[in-house]
Ligand binder design. Structure first.
Ligand code: ADP
Ligand code: ADP
Ligand code: ZN
Length: 210
């Protein structure tokens, strides 16, 4: 089984959803930069204060802030790991290659019209960051997090005008990573919109075990 994995894909592709399943079912340590940054904002840390304005506008947090922190976090992991939302720029990918030999990059591909619908209908727990979907993956009790009982909300950056900017930022800064990782033969693309969350997981699992 592959052991150092990157999940790549546009906002709304299903990276976070799949990362949680892969981590629960296959024992990977999953590290999400989005979750890490939102936690920092909630706790009012120095990182959170620096990152908030970029996140609210749907822009990337600058490389010089994120790269050093991820270097530390990745060094703390022992065993198989999965990165969700990192790297997102060529500079981040270069920095990652200096500290870890990535075995596999799974690119989750979903068309833009599906992404916009998924993000506007995504509901997130502001306390534990678990995500739901109004139709595709609803919580057991309407509007309430299954795990911690907190009221779910629409993330500020999941409002339509911010979503549009995030998709542009993805195209400009993150899409080039598809070529970057294709060139060294590490990239596998999986469709993220041709079935349920479990169907997509089954396809990812095949790639991981291959
Ligand atoms: P990302 O981390 O890539 O931004 P998420 O994992 O948060 O994406 O998924 C975005 C939204 O789409 C969530 O509301 C999630 O429940 C839903 N979703 C994820 N995968 C699927 C799928 N295969 N089919 C339908 N909805 C999905
Ligand atoms: P999604 O998967 O829905 O796009 P994330 O939760 O991964 O969202 O990221 C939310 C926000 O956190 C991004 O819009 C960006 O501002 C910031 N962020 C997350 N990962 C990175 C990264 N690797 N580099 C810079 N900023 C990041
Ligand atoms: Zn919760």
């Amino acid at each position: 089984m592959k052991s150092k994995i990157v999940l790549l894909g546009p906002p709304g592709a299903g990276k976070g959803t799949q990362a949680k399943i892969i981590s629960n079912k296959l024992g990977f340590t999953s590290l999400s930069t989005g979750d890490m940054l939102r936690k920092a904002v909630r706790n009012g840390t120095e990182l959170g204060k620096q990152a908030k304005k970029y996140m609210d506008e749907g822009n990337l947090v600058p490389n010089d802030i994120i790269i050093g922190i991820m270097k530390e976090k990745i060094a703390e992991i022992s065993g198989a790991f999965l990165l969700d939302g990192y790297p997102r720029t060529i500079q981040q990918a270069d920095a990652l290659s200096a500290i870890a030999d990535i075995d596999l990059v799974i690119n989750i591909d979903v068309p833009d019209n599906v992404l916009v619908k998924r993000l506007t209908e995504r509901r997130s727990c502001p306390k534990c960051d678990i995500v739901y979907h109004l139709v595709n993956n609803p919580p057991k009790k309407d509007g309430i997090c299954d795990v911690c009982g907190t009221k779910l909300c629409l993330r500020d950056d999941d409002k339509e005008e911010v979503i549009m900017n995030r998709l542009n930022v993805y195209r400009e800064s993150t899409l080039p990573l598809i070529d970057y990782y294709s060139r060294n033969g590490k990239l596998v693309t999986v469709r993220g919109d041709d079935g349920t969350i479990n169907d997509v997981f089954a396809n990812i699992k095949k790639v991981l075990i291959d």
